[in-house]
Design a protein. Structure first.
Ligand SMILES: Nc1ncnc2c1ncn2[C@@H]1O[C@H](COP(=O)(O)OP(=O)(O)OP(=O)(O)O)[C@@H](O)[C@H]1O
Ligand SMILES: [Mg+2]
Length: 296
């Protein structure tokens, strides 16, 4: 039987040493969803589940070198950008990706326009927003803003209801000027009540209603969703199917987040919920192995 194709996928984003967001969350997501994960570091942060306590810039030329070096050797099925921190880094990433998006070397790019951490700390310099719009949005196959990011990208207040979200999705789609299939996934997690996400390609509006899970463990939900979409587009027939599957994965990861005990702020989601069976957790850890009374 022919081996199943495992896509190589690349994240270009910030490093969160507490592992809940950024490239570490992306790599966990890629691995959980059967993709081979790679990461180029665009920014270093010091952070935990409570706060970002510092950001150290990575030299833009070195960010570019990481990306160029991966592409020189590896066929990349899809890439994702997250925290890019500053205009010079963002432009270096765009310089590296633009020719590869244009000639098909990079067939899929998911742009998560990260601006603010769940803790409220800024992750993108205000003067980088124009560069984000001019340089990255034209490259995006899927753009995944949350509601405040949609407001910043459109230069108006963030949407506050479904109709406002539909208008914002339509206007954001106009900013995706690249040829071929281009989608906006507008994430409604910031509104009260059950979250509604909208997926729009300029023609089809797909409403993706969800159920709000009552939890504090939402650190890295945006990163995880964008990474899941990146891993799944190469494995699915179409973008809408991949996004649906990515949301299902994220919701399950949020639902199982209570099985982890990481920090006292916004805890991470459980990326490997489907691989680790924790039902016999206490029995197993007490005996350092499966309980003899339980069959696997
Ligand atoms: N409590 C929740 N229960 C269920 N789904 C949620 C919850 N919070 C967010 N989501 C979903 O998670 C995804 C991420 O949404 P959100 O709007 O929080 O993104 P984000 O603000 O970019 O996240 P982050 O701050 O991690 O970058 C969306 O699909 C949203 O519907
Ligand atoms: Mg986000």
């Amino acid at each position: 039987m022919a081996a199943h194709h495992i896509p190589n996928v690349l994240t270009i984003a910030g490093l969160d040493p507490s592992g809940g967001a950024g490239i570490l969350a992306d790599l966990k997501t890629f691995s959980a969803l059967r993709a081979y994960g790679m990461a180029a570091v665009a920014a270093l942060t010091a952070q935990n589940t409570q706060a970002v306590t510092g950001i150290a810039a990575v030299d833009p030329d070195f960010v570019r070198l990481q990306i160029d070096t991966v592409f020189a050797d590896v066929r990349v099925a899809a890439a994702k950008t997250g925290m890019l921190a500053s205009a010079p880094v963002l432009c270096a990433v765009a310089d590296a990706l633009a020719p590869r998006c244009a000639d098909g070397t990079l067939p899929v790019l998911v742009v998560d326009p990260v601006m603010i951490a769940k803790s409220g700390d800024a992750l993108l310099a205000p003067d980088a927003v124009a560069a984000l719009i001019e340089r990255m949005l034209p490259l995006a196959t899927v753009l995944t803003p949350n509601l405040p990011e949609a407001g910043v990208l459109l230069g108006r207040p963030a949407p506050t209801d479904r109709m406002g979200m539909i208008r914002a999705a339509e206007d954001l789609r106009r900013l995706l000027s690249g040829a071929g299939e281009r989608w906006v996934l507008l994430k409604g997690g910031h509104l009260d009540g059950d979250p509604l996400d909208l997926l729009y390609d300029g023609e089809h509006l797909v409403e993706m209603p969800g159920h709000r899970i009552a939890t504090y463990n939402t650190h890295g939900t945006g990163c995880t969703l964008a990474a899941a979409i990146t891993a799944l587009i190469p494995q699915h027939r179409d973008v809408a199917t991949a996004v649906r599957a990515a949301r299902t994965y994220l919701v399950d990861a949020i639902r199982h987040s209570g099985e982890l005990a990481v920090g006292s702020g916004h805890g991470p989601v459980h990326h490997f919920h489907a691989l680790w069976d924790d039902e016999d957790d206490e029995a197993e850890t007490a005996g350092f192995g499966p309980s003899p009374t339980h069959e696997a």
